[in-house]
Design a protein around this ligand. Structure first.
Ligand SMILES: Cc1cc2nc3c(=O)[nH]c(=O)nc-3n(C[C@H](O)[C@H](O)[C@H](O)COP(=O)(O)OP(=O)(O)OC[C@H]3O[C@@H](n4cnc5c(N)ncnc54)[C@H](O)[C@@H]3O)c2cc1C
Length: 307
């Protein structure tokens, strides 16, 4: 039986979750490219997620938790298994106690912008660097997202997980190893949420910083086209964008995929790009960087699925 049909059978009585079968990921990913997933499941609450995951594990069906799909390329051959879209898990809240100070807790599917807004409303400082990053809390924790010299690891307090056997688990910051755009969590863990430790600040200053960051992003990033943010990881002391620019590759394109003339570490979709075109352009940049500069450019964007 095709994986799609096994998933249909496995999840048929979970009627509370919306499921799309044989669904083109180009409809959901920020870069607007990507082949079909056997199933895309819209998760609405934790209980439902746990039920779904336990069934998928029992049937040995692959699954992948995702947030806003702003950092993923699904190859044109598609994804065999279930992509779990966590957007329904979007609660955020603020807690304060004299002993623990200020904390914002957020479920995995909450947008970073919701957390930034709540922090601003409570005049709490620490999340400003996340302004304009279009991802979810789960995606940002998984990627150890960062900007302007700060990373998620600097504000995280606890991460709440569902482990590979479908059991809930809590990890404190000290128990987690964070690297550049990578958080080491137990294999196949799904992030259910996280808490962030923030400091009381000055509301006007926090607002000013957020406005500055948003303006800077608007000016520097090609937000007028579908994109997935930075394609390559920076090399210490050498931003990937500068390396690509020095190689004269700004504006280079394959089909509908183009290295942005505005920011060389962005590949934009100028219309009808396919994942293969984006991936060819990525390979071309990597080849040139190796041959001309002896540099190994690693992708920041997560690439999954069949050729
Ligand atoms: C215009 C633009 C600007 C950007 N700027 C920045 C920036 O300044 N800094 C930066 O770091 N990134 C940036 N990004 C990239 C991206 O937004 C971040 O990496 C973001 O944190 C990804 O979140 P997401 O919800 O979209 O993750 P997705 O793309 O959905 O997933 C990314 C990875 O996280 C995993 N994941 C997602 N949710 C979960 C979960 N609940 N549990 C376990 N794993 C999960 C996925 O499996 C995948 O491996 C930018 C992207 C765009 C389009």
């Amino acid at each position: 039986m095709a994986v799609e049909n096994i998933i249909k059978e496995t999840l048929k009585d979970i009627t509370s979750a919306k499921k799309l079968y044989d669904e083109p990921m180009s409809r959901h990913a920020s870069l607007c490219v990507g082949g079909k997933a056997d199933a895309l499941v819209m998760i609405e609450n934790e209980e439902q997620l746990i039920g779904i995951v336990k069934r998928l594990i029992a049937k040995k069906i692959d699954y992948l938790p995702t947030g806003n799909l702003t950092n993923i390329i699904v190859r044109d051959g598609g994804y065999r298994g279930a992509i779990l879209l966590m957007k329904g898990l979007k609660k955020t809240n603020h807690q304060y106690s004299p002993e623990s100070g200020h904390t914002i807790s957020a479920q995995a599917g909450a947008s970073l912008s919701a957390v930034v807004s709540l922090a601003l409303a409570q005049e709490l400082s620490g999340m400003e660097f996340c302004a304009g990053i279009p991802g979810s809390v789960g995606g940002a924790v998984w990627m150890n997202a960062g900007a302007y010299g700060k990373e998620i690891k600097d504000v995280i307090e606890n991460v709440y997980l569902l482990d590979a056997s479908g059991e809930k688990k809590e990890m404190r910051r000290e128990e987690i190893n964070f690297e550049y755009r990578k958080t080491e969590l137990p294999p196949r863990a799904i992030i259910l949420g996280a808490s962030f430790k923030l400091e009381k600040g000055n509301g006007e200053e926090i607002k000013k910083r957020i406005t500055e960051i948003m303006k800077w992003r608007q000016e520097k990033h090609p937000l007028e086209y579908p994109n997935a943010g930075s394609i390559f990881k920076n090399i210490p002391g050498q931003p990937a964008g500068r390396i690509i620019e020095e190689m004269g590759m700004k504006g280079e394109s394959i089909g509908g995929a183009r290295i942005s003339p505005k920011h060389a570490n962005f590949i934009v979709n100028t219309g009808k790009a396919t994942a293969s075109e984006v991936l060819h352009l990525i390979s071309l940049v990597q080849k040139k960087a190796r041959e001309e500069k002896g540099i190994n450019l690693e992708t920041e964007v997560v690439i999954i699925g069949d050729e």
